[in-house]
Design a protein around this ligand. Structure first.
Ligand SMILES: Nc1ncnc2c1ncn2[C@@H]1O[C@H](COP(=O)(O)OP(=O)(O)OP(=O)(O)O)[C@@H](O)[C@H]1O
Length: 255
């Protein structure tokens, strides 16, 4: 399994000061939640950790090696990304799209084999979209597309998941199913980092939390030390009422 490190990392948010440099390690078995208001830099951080965007300062390391020095294939085998926005470049079916997850594991002109197809079918079934296998992606609902994006990363089988609001567009049942899947991935020794807007999902499913502020300030650590009502009220500029349900805190915005 793999680890991803941010070493004195400053993400490049245009027009903003450096804030606090991030030095943290995403270890096998951990589930990180990245929280912060709109524009705080969550997506920018995720893209920087994935090597899609250069940092302003500092380094991202995969298993001790600078990400920038590794081949994209090596990176694609280790890191799986669930994007917030996605654009369908060409018409493809649900099944064909899931199989794209196998590409980092195939040589340039190699066709997917039986094992690849089995992995894709299992992932589509797990995300409850197997019945849509022959449908064109551009005919799917928002939630179906989101589940397909997650199924594609599951088909890829990375050691590290970077997910930008993985529960976007999902109904309550599928939100819980996706969080349970990500927790299961971590329990099997993979690592997960996800951006979330839902504090309650973070409280229930993440064991580490990174709070990002719009001015670039940040703090991170074990969930229980980060999800403190007064800290969250300052982060979002929003009053909260707090209770406990099933052993996890629940935060409700109040006027
Ligand atoms: N290409 C760009 N040019 C100028 N500003 C940009 C660019 N890309 C991002 N930004 C700005 O950087 C800031 C951080 O954006 P980012 O998408 O990382 O925030 P976020 O925390 O993910 O927000 P949200 O919760 O709304 O998804 C925002 O203020 C955004 O407008």
């Amino acid at each position: 399994m793999s680890r991803l490190e941010a070493c004195e990392l400053v993400i490049d948010v245009p027009g903003r000061g450096d804030g606090r440099a991030l030095t943290l390690s995403l270890e096998p078995g951990q589930v990180w939640g990245v929280l912060g208001p709109n524009g705080a830099g969550k997506t920018t951080l995720l893209h920087t950790l994935a090597g899609l965007r250069a940092p302003r300062r500092g380094t991202v390391r995969l298993d001790g090696e600078p990400l920038a020095a590794l081949s994209r294939r090596r990176v694609a085998r280790a890191l799986g990304l669930v994007f917030q926005e996605r654009h369908d470049g060409f018409p493809a079916t649900v099944r064909e799209t899931a199989l794209i997850g196998r590409h980092p594991w195939l040589s340039p002109w190699q066709m997917e084999g039986g094992e690849d197809v089995q992995l894709a079918e299992a992932a589509l079934a797990r995300l409850d979209v197997a019945h849509l296998g022959e449908r064109l992606v551009n005919t799917l609902s928002g939630g179906e597309r989101q589940r397909l994006a997650i199924a594609t990363v599951l088909t890829q089988g990375p050691a590290i998941w970077l997910a930008d609001e993985p529960t976007n567009h999902l109904d309550l049942h599928h939100q819980t199913a996706v969080m349970a899947l990500l927790a299961e991935q971590a329990a099997e020794g993979r690592a997960v980092l996800m951006c979330l807007h839902d504090l309650n999902l973070a409280a229930r499913w993440c064991d580490r939390v990174l709070l990002l502020y719009p001015d670039g300030e940040a703090c991170w650590g074990p969930r229980d030390t980060m999800l403190v009502p007064s800290v969250l009220e300052r982060l979002y500029g929003q009053r909260l009422a707090t209770t406990t349900v099933d052993g996890a805190p629940v935060f409700v915005p109040v006027r």
